[in-house]
Design a protein around this ligand. Structure first.
Ligand code: GDP
Ligand code: MN
Length: 392
């Protein structure tokens, strides 16, 4: 689950990571005006009006603006509310007392899947696209891979100091930045984040170091340890992926992917093998979906409905291996599901194997469904599904 900036700052703040003074969450121009009035009256020399959407590069898109008067804040509010930033419509705006910036750095902690540990990235060049800095000036980006063993009691201050020194942060801020990194790592660990990124990490003219921006992703698999992350679900913020949210509500194991072949199977291992065989046939799966052991008519209808409602899906590959669930039950599920769903443009390629597979196939044949194509093997089914996705 991705947090928006102000939530990331809240999470940082309660874990001791320095952030700017608290701002105000607004949904209307009137609220923005009132918030600016209040912060300016309380001594802020300026406020910054910031779009709260789950994507980066808001500044470049006109979603981050400074205002030194209430009138200016109103104008910014009018232009930012409703603004489209890379397909995300701004419904929530954060009005924060502006910070004075002397320098901008980059700092992040994330899961390092390749090394089965954590990765800390630090750079003197912040406030800009870090990928770009990494391409043009790789020496300016320090990447430190850490094992779970060496961080079992948190990130040692010595290691943090070493990282920020190597990134050539100025001597005056090394200690503050190192301490901030230790706290950032603790926050990331304690809150079960997969990513905690600060871009920019700023040095104020008075040498105070703080997180001016926050990008935090929380591990969905750890939601049960945090009351389902309900504290972060607020009005006006988009779900990460609407289909994933719907699947979760229905208890279906679903992950959205980039391709055009919808995939539905029983058992996570079989579904993963299905993604591979689709790729080997030159296609790309539009999703991962495990209907689970039962593959009942209900589960099949819910799952199939979900996959078919994805506009990227051009064909569907249903790959079922009957075990305790017999072939006839699976076939009944597919027939029932197609009846419930009514008309849909995509073809379903079905591969049924395992217990009573032959009986199941016969049932599908007898049902004579226009949308269903039976395939004898996994390979044949994958080839057919990929070809159909390419044609349509
Ligand atoms: P992003 O564009 O989505 O990464 O949004 P950021 O929160 O990183 O803001 C973009 C840029 O706006 C920053 O790199 C800063 O240069 C500038 N900015 C944001 N907040 C402030 C602030 O409080 N004071 C000043 N002076 N500039 C700010
Ligand atoms: Mn940023």
């Amino acid at each position: 689950m991705d947090l928006v900036e102000f939530q990331g700052k809240q999470l940082f703040g309660r874990n001791g990571v320095p952030v700017p003074p608290p701002g105000t969450v607004c949904r209307t121009v009137e609220e923005i005006v009132a918030a600016a009035e209040e912060h300016l009256a309380n001594g802020a020399s300026a406020v910054v009006v910031k779009a709260q959407v789950k994507t980066g590069g808001r500044g470049k898109a006109g979603g981050v603006k400074l205002a030194t008067s209430v009138d200016e804040a109103r104008q910014h509010g009018e232009s930012i509310l409703g603004l489209d930033i890379k397909g995300h419509t701004v419904q929530v705006v954060y009005v924060e007392p502006a910070s004075d910036i002397a320098e901008e750095y980059y700092l992040s902690v994330m899961h390092d899947r390749v090394n089965k540990g954590h990765l800390v990235i630090c750079s003197r060049e912040g406030g800009v696209d870090i990928e770009e800095v990494n391409r043009t000036d790789p020496d300016a980006v320090v990447k430190r891979s850490l094992t779970p063993a060496e961080t079992v009691d948190g990130l040692p201050l010595d290691t943090a100091r070493d990282i920020v020194t190597q990134a050539r942060l100025p001597a005056e801020v090394v200690e503050a930045a190192a301490e901030l990194l230790v706290r950032l790592f603790a926050a990331y660990r304690h809150e079960d984040a997969t990513l905690a990124e600060i871009n920019p990490l700023i040095r104020r003219p008075d040498d105070v170091v703080l997180a001016l921006d926050a990008k935090v992703s929380l591990d969905g698999n750890a939601a049960f340890r945090h009351d389902g992350y309900t504290e972060w679900q607020i009005d006006g913020l988009e779900a990460d992926d609407p289909l994933e949210a719907e699947a979760k509500a229905k208890g279906i194991q679903y992950v959205k992917l980039d391709g055009s072949v919808g995939v539905l199977g029983n058992g996570a291992g079989l579904v993963m093998a299905t993604l591979d065989v689709v790729a080997q046939n030159g296609g790309a799966a539009a999703n991962f979906l495990d209907v689970g052991g039962g593959a009942s008519a209900d589960a099949m209808a819910e799952s199939l409905g979900l996959v078919l409602s994805d506009p990227d899906v051009r064909s569907v590959f249903i790959n079922i291996f009957g075990g305790i669930t017999r072939g006839e039950e699976v076939a009944a599920g597919i027939i029932e599901a197609t009846k419930r769903l009514g008309e849909f443009p995509q073809k379903l390629v079905v591969r049924l194997d395992g217990t009573n597979a032959e009986e199941g196939r016969q049932m599908l044949l007898r049902a004579d469904l226009d949308s269903v194509i039976a395939a004898a093997t996994m390979q044949e089914a994958a080839a057919a599904a990929v070809a159909l996705a390419e044609e349509s």
